[in-house]
Design a protein around this ligand. Sequence first.
Ligand SMILES: CC(C)(COP(=O)(O)OP(=O)(O)OC[C@H]1O[C@@H](n2cnc3c(N)ncnc32)[C@H](O)[C@@H]1OP(=O)(O)O)[C@@H](O)C(=O)NCCC(=O)NCCS
Length: 172
Amino acid sequence: MENRVYLRAFEPDDYKISIEWRRDPQIWSMLGGTRYYVSSAYEKKWVEDTIAQTKDIKLAICLIENDLYIGNVYITDINYINRTCRSHVLIGNKDYWGNGYAGEALRQLLEFVFKERGMNRVEALVLEDNIQSIKMLKRIGYRQDGILRQSVYKNGGFKNQIVLSILASDFI
Ligand SMILES: CC(C)(COP(=O)(O)OP(=O)(O)OC[C@H]1O[C@@H](n2cnc3c(N)ncnc32)[C@H](O)[C@@H]1OP(=O)(O)O)[C@@H](O)C(=O)NCCC(=O)NCCS
């Protein structure tokens, strides 16, 4: 299938859009990270710091048809000895959920890290009740490695996270 999204580096003004996603309780409830209150100054600095850093690969997901910025996709925790890293994806604009855009964007970044960064294993941690994310990752070829029991405290209780991974040999 022809691509409908492309990845690009962050631009300084992206924070004006991404701050809405950062403040969205539904999005936060799907993520493993801790919820916090975000000022526009904080989000602006986060985007500026992201533009300046080279440790992680953090990119914006945009629609090819109109360049609309709809989400983020990252590779973090890169280990060049073991050739492992961790993937993260977020479609922040909820009008675009359920169209396969997250998987399409993540596939593009996987292609880059397997072919251009020599990675062998890409891991994802997902809250056990984030069914959409688990389905999306498995469709790409991620497989479940195990469960991190009660690894996240959220919304008044402990939650399990699923560990999934994809190997270069599963993908290429
Ligand atoms: C999880 C997320 C990345 C999925 O992205 P997406 O582009 O909508 O994914 P897909 O279109 O491939 O949908 C995945 C599955 O969830 C289903 N789905 C999509 N939206 C749904 C909704 N609102 N309610 C229930 N199921 C839904 C799809 O039908 C699909 O199932 P299928 O494989 O049986 O067809 C996106 O919802 C998101 O960014 N959420 C917030 C952040 C997040 O959870 N990130 C992942 C953290 S690990």
